[in-house]
Design a protein around this ligand. Structure first.
Ligand code: ASP
Ligand code: MG
Length: 416
């Protein structure tokens, strides 16, 4: 017998028929003798609709009321799933965030979970064999008692937090993909599903836009050592052996990964823009004059390259920002031109960032060098490079994105 959290996203609970399908997945695990807490999202599209209603009501609205409105989608699906489970003869009850309670910070709209009381759930597993159906995405502010939400995609984080609170053996994320892949299968048809991936690698992949899970949920999993299993909700519930190993990807600590590859995955993003600040003084304080105002404007700067000046007097500074912040970034720099003192700004928007990720890089030298050579052979120019312990990223012209990703995918033996 195991204790499990099962999380179902919006597409998996999009209508009553699919909720019935979810209930059959739950019933299968209960039938196998497991203790189950389910965490659900709102029906797909529902949260967007609720957000739009708030904006329509008043463009500038009270974030506390926004949370009161947008948290309601999950209330509906939690109640419905409990109804369907009961109808199938499975003992179940729904829980809203404030009922458990799931206590959070007061950052309405992006609240952080502070504490969950899992005691009552565990008691009910034991005494009544009751399934807990928990509304994801929502909590309650510790002091004011008001409803909070955790940011878009937040029910992943609810699920992982509940798993930590009840010391579940695993947190199963049922979703519309059957796992985490070495790269996007639409770009590389030979992309492989990874049987396991380390938290740190998943964090890199997730923050680079492999949109499988909310980044914060992976962080939380890492901190509390919650084993997270990404699997498909569209498999027939009855075809799955609850004691077997279904297809999916386990996100876990690296000690659990025996056959570690040097490279685990390749992520890419075309949503980048590059800005070069030309001929700034090569003296203390210039980088602060450039990046201070960008930080104040909440613009996330990513790759930074500064050249050594040839004349000892001036140099160039190049960096990337999200494409959506590009216009704002150039406006901010234009405004600070007096303090920075540059000659001109050069910019490129048709660029892509390719990132190669693997904890094996810690113990292998020359991993990035192989990539430089392989891309050079394809005539692909590299505009900027950054490296960290388990990742390196390359900036290239966007038209070469697919070619570069495929080339690197083969280079690191991920095609198998
Ligand atoms: N329903 C919320 C959203 O759409 C939370 C979630 O689905 O994870 O963002
Ligand atoms: Mg989601």
């Amino acid at each position: 017998m195991a204790r499990l959290v099962m999380k179902f996203g919006g597409t998996s609970v999009a209508d009553i028929e699919r909720i019935r399908n979810v209930a059959r997945h739950v019933k299968r695990e209960i039938g196998a003798g497991h203790e189950v807490a389910v965490v659900v999202s709102a029906m797909s599209g529902k949260t967007n609709e609720l957000v739009a209603w708030c904006r329509d009501g008043a463009p500038l609205h009270d974030a506390r009321e926004y949370d009161a409105v947008v948290s309601s989608g999950e209330q509906v699906t939690a109640g419905l799933l409990a109804i369907v489970l009961e109808g199938m003869g499975v003992n179940a009850r729904s829980w809203q965030g404030w009922q458990l309670p799931i206590l959070t910070s007061n950052a309405h709209g992006t609240a952080r979970i502070l504490d969950i009381n899992g005691g009552e759930l565990v008691k009910r597993f034991k005494e009544r064999k009751e399934v807990a159906v928990i509304a994801g995405f929502q909590g309650m502010h510790k002091e004011t008692g008001r409803i909070t939400t955790l940011g878009r995609g937040g029910s992943d984080t609810s699920a992982v937090a509940v798993a930590a609170a009840i010391q579940a053996e695993r947190c199963d994320i049922y979703t519309d993909v059957d796992g985490v892949y070495t790269t996007d299968p639409r770009v590389v048809p030979r992309a492989q599903r990874l049987p396991k991936i380390a938290y740190e690698e998943m964090l890199e992949l997730a923050s680079l836009g492999a949109k499988v899970m909310q980044v914060r949920s992976v962080e939380l999993g890492m901190v509390h050592n919650v084993r997270i299993f990404v699997r498909s909700s569209f498999e027939k519930p009855e075809d799955i052996d609850p004691h077997g190993t279904p297809p999916g990807t386990l996100i876990c600590g690296e000690e659990e990964i025996v056959e570690q590859q040097v490279v685990s995955g390749i992520a890419f993003s075309k949503d980048e823009a590059q800005i070069s600040v030309r001929s700034v003084q090569d003296k203390p304080g210039v980088a602060a004059a450039i990046f201070g105002p960008l930080a104040d404007a909440n613009i996330n700067v990513d790759m930074i390259v500064q050249n050594v000046s040839s004349d000892g007097a001036t140099t160039d500074l190049t960096f990337t920002v999200p494409a959506s912040d590009y216009q704002r970034a150039t406006d901010v720099l234009a405004k600070s031109r007096g303090e920075i003192g540059y000659e001109r700004l050069d910019r490129a928007t048709d660029i892509a960032k390719i990132s190669v990720i693997g904890i094996g890089m810690r113990s292998h030298a020359g991993v990035a060098a192989q990539a430089f050579k392989a891309l050079a052979e394809k005539g692909i120019n590299i505009r900027a490079i950054t490296t960290s312990e388990i990742k390196f990223s390359l900036l290239i012209d966007a038209i070469y994105t697919e070619l570069a990703v495929r080339t690197l995918h083969s280079l690191y033996d991920l095609d198998k």
